[in-house]
Design a binder for this molecule. Structure first.
Ligand SMILES: Cc1ncc(COP(=O)(O)O)c(C=O)c1O
Length: 431
């Protein structure tokens, strides 16, 4: 019998992050020589921009512990950068730097009082983080019939069921898993509800620099006094493993108190974001024309690839909302429920398992995004297939730079994406 006793918070209510689990399972299948169409892993895969790689190399000697909220010059650079990108007013004092937005989110949830309100679906780590902190989680229900549209009425109804006092609403636009962006009129309505109900917003805008057609709008534009924006380098610069996130806090006394409290957590857990990465991030936030052009180039390719996947599924009569930002689509298979039941597929977990086991398609089930288990929704990521290696990602950029049009890029240079759509077609024909 084991002598090690684990805390109850780590017990049955938490499983390892499902995104990492799927990735590990896919790796095991690959190691066994199997083909897998990996639509499960939402990692941005474009190469590290040469200027970023150079900035990191030049700062490899930065081996000191740094100030908890970030080096002053990075807080300054990030505040100017996001003020311009998001169309909001910001000062360096409002910027907190940390080892990824995920760690910053955890510190913020730890220091903020109140129930956590989550739209459905929402990113996989919000609810587990809240549960680790023994916080109540209330979900705003949604339906695939209108592509899970969030409304201010839905928010108000859920808030009415929450305990008295402050509430924490976590928004995410562009959205993981749905690819949707919250439009200006809805942000304005949500801000009004939040103001009237003592609701703070943590606005996860990590994909904000990967818009497809319409510009990204920040909740901080509509509710500056009550919004904390999360961002970082992970997605638009494909630097997830560098671990550099930022939180943009409200102005004035409230923001200062929040920063001091979150910094207490940071100082006891991670001390500071990695030194060389902080110095390299100065280049990312400098507004350098080449880096900005690279962000635009990668965003365009994410949009083309994501829209191709969405369009391909639409042609197979699998509906999902038209993606607007980031690199995800969130199709729903409720229309095939009876045929799927004959194959013992009753939940989104069953469906994801069936697709991986029988059709070599890796996805994530809607259940891990908070969807009811029997809703047959899946999250597909367009960011990984055909970019499994650095060489393949470089090749996509090279074809684009050689002047290939988007249509040819997808028809001739996206073999795994095209084969995964054929697998989907075969799967649907098998029903
Ligand atoms: C919606 C969303 N928020 C936050 C994160 C965490 O990002 P990071 O900690 O790299 O900033 C991710 C990563 O996949 C994400 O998809």
């Amino acid at each position: 019998m084991s002598k090690i006793s684990l805390s109850s918070a780590i017990g049955s209510s938490l499983t390892p992050s499902p995104t990492l689990y799927i990735n590990e399972r896919v790796k095991a299948l690959w190691a066994a020589g199997e083909t897998v169409y990996h639509l499960g892993f939402g990692e941005a895969r474009f190469p590290v921009h040469p200027k970023m790689a150079q900035a990191l190399a030049e700062n490899a000697h930065q081996n000191s512990y740094l100030p908890g909220p970030g080096i002053p010059e990075l807080r300054q650079a990030a505040s100017s950068y996001y003020a311009q990108k998001l169309g909001i007013e910001l000062t360096p004092a409002q910027v907190m730097v940390g080892p990824g937005s995920k760690a910053l989110l955890y510190a913020l949830l730890m220091v903020l009082d109140g129930d956590v309100i989550l739209p459905t679906p929402s990113w996989v780590s919000y609810a587990p983080q809240a549960r680790l902190l023994h916080k109540e989680v209330l979900r705003i229900p949604s339906t695939p019939a209108d592509f899970h549209r969030l409304t201010s009425e839905g928010l108000a109804r859920t808030l009415a069921q929450s305990a008295q006092g402050q509430h924490i609403l976590v928004l995410n636009s562009p959205n993981n898993p749905s690819g949707q962006m919250l439009p200006a009129d809805l942000l304005a309505e949500l801000a009004e509800v939040c103001r009237a109900t003592n609701t703070l917003v943590i606005s996860d805008e990590l994909y904000g620099l990967i818009p497809h057609a319409q510009p990204h709008r920040s909740m901080a534009e509509f509710y500056p006094e009550g919004t904390i924006v999360l961002s970082g380098l992970s997605k638009h610069l494909s630097l997830g493993g560098w671990r550099l996130g930022v939180a943009l806090l409200p102005p004035g006394e409230d923001g200062a108190r929040l920063l001091a409290a979150a910094n207490k957590i940071g100082s006891e857990i991670w001390s500071c974001a990695p030194g060389p990465v902080q110095y390299a991030a100065l280049t990312a936030y400098s507004g350098d024309a080449e880096i900005e052009a690279y962000i635009a180039e990668c965003s365009h390719l994410h949009a083309v690839r994501t829209r191709y996947l969405w369009q391909g599924l639409n042609e197979l009569d699998v509906p999902s909302a038209e993606p607007q930002g980031g690199f995800y689509v969130y199709p729903n298979f409720d229309g095939r429920r009876a045929a799927l039941a004959a194959k013992k597929v009753h939940t989104s977990d069953d469906l994801a398992r069936h697709l991986l086991d029988e059709w070599q398609i890796a996805t994530l089930p809607g259940s891990v995004f908070g969807a009811p288990p029997e809703e047959l929704s899946l999250r597909l990521a367009a960011s990984y297939v055909d970019m499994e290696t650095e060489e393949k990602a470089q090749a996509i950029l090279a074809w684009k730079r050689a002047g290939i049009d988007d249509e040819t890029l997808m028809s001739d240079h996206a073999p795994m994406m095209n084969r995964s759509l054929i697998q989907f077609q075969r799967f649907l024909q098998s029903l």
